[in-house]
Design a protein around this ligand. Structure first.
Ligand SMILES: [Zn+2]
Length: 232
């Protein structure tokens, strides 16, 4: 089959007829075929850069546009959970050079959103990434405040983000002990995951909490960045 799946109606029909087809081109058998993946990557290439003091390096799978945006939106807002391995695969391509002892820290999702969607979209991607990479998932952060960021301006989002997360002390102690002092232990690579970088306030806040707990080697990855290559 060789056609471009553009409209929603056609996708709904395909959903009914075929259990599995490519979101980009309609090819049967895969959710996002090798060719579409390659095409998306060529049009919207991944990039990374150091972003001290928050991130030793921040990995971005692409800009928030085109097929990448559609995939995230369908996954997150239309309960297409089967895109989790596709998105995790894109992240894996960006972060596969990190050492095997790296710990994946999912950015905690607002509980109301988990209930509404029926799944925790970041945790699901983190578990899939763990399968690909062998990196363990370590939920070192919890939600301290259940706020909604969508539609808020940058300043309000930054203020909310500062109070949004807290260290999950139980998980931290299980991994690093009560009073970790070993430099080796605390320099274990940490990879914080979120789906979209808008102002970066949530990711930076998460990094700050983990650095305050003594962790020294923090990386970040997001699937998409809102616009441009500049980071504020
Ligand atoms: Zn395809």
């Amino acid at each position: 089959m060789n056609f471009t799946v553009k409209n929603t109606t056609l996708r709904v029909i395909l959903d009914l007829i075929y259990p599995c087809y490519c979101w980009g081109c309609g090819k049967i058998g895969e959710r996002f075929c090798f060719r579409c993946n390659k095409y998306n990557k060529a049009l919207n290439p991944p990039f990374s850069r150091p972003l001290e003091p928050d991130f030793h390096k921040l990995f971005v799978c692409g800009l928030k546009e085109g097929m990448l945006t559609e995939l995230i939106s369908e996954y997150k807002f239309h309960s297409r959970r089967y895109f989790a391995p596709v998105l995790a695969g894109m992240i894996y391509e960006s972060v596969k050079t990190l050492p095997p002892e790296t710990l994946i820290v999912p950015l905690p999702t607002i509980r109301k959103h988990i209930r509404k969607r029926g799944f925790d979209h970041i945790l699901e991607i983190s578990l899939e990434l763990s399968k690909n990479s062998g990196f363990k998932v370590a939920p070192l952060l919890s939600r301290a405040r259940e706020t909604i960021q969508v539609g808020q301006n940058g300043k309000i989002r930054r203020l909310q983000a500062r109070e949004a997360f807290a260290l999950d002390k139980k998980t931290f102690c299980n991994i690093f002990g009560e009073n970790p002092s070993s430099r080796d232990l605390l320099s274990r690579p940490i990879l914080i995951i979120d789906d979209v970088w808008t102002t970066g306030a949530s990711m930076k806040s998460a990094s700050f909490i983990l650095r305050s707990a003594g962790l020294q080697n923090i990386y970040g990855v997001v699937i998409a960045k809102n616009n441009g290559y500049e980071f504020t």
